[in-house]
Write a protein that binds this ligand. Sequence first.
Ligand code: HEC
Length: 127
Amino acid sequence: MVRNFVFAGLLGGAALTAAAAAAPANVVAKGKVAFAKCAICHKADASGTSTIGPNLFKVAGRTSGTLKGFSYSPAMVAAKRPWTGAALDAYLAAPSKAIPGNKMPFAGVPDSAERAAIVAYLQTLGK
Ligand code: HEC
């Protein structure tokens, strides 16, 4: 019951637009598990080094295409998108629609609750 209520709130987008306000621990934990599909290409540690995709440590609040040392597509740099919760959600829903021409070879996360959990997890990185 409580769980359903939390997820309904996330689906409504309220938790996302409330920016980095602490998400419930169970949602963050779910996002951390779901991040396994991102970890194939993305590191999320303080090393500053990247693999196939840019390191996502402190990505929340960063501007798109600005991690030093990563070779971004011109589209990602030109977008100059501040990675708010809402922007991350839209990008992860449909990467090629949100930023046409970007080179993330990933179809997106169709499930909005799973996406919200991943975004909540990303917002904890480096906090
Ligand atoms: C197959 C590899 C791959 C997978 C899987 C992948 N990404 Fe990416 N991601 C990339 C690449 C490559 C870029 C750089 C895109 C560009 O420069 O156009 C990127 C860019 C990003 C950015 C922009 C970062 C910045 O510094 O501006 C975010 C945020 C992101 N990915 C999040 C995710 C998340 C969250 C997942 C999992 C749901 C994921 N990605 C899955 C390869 C991947």
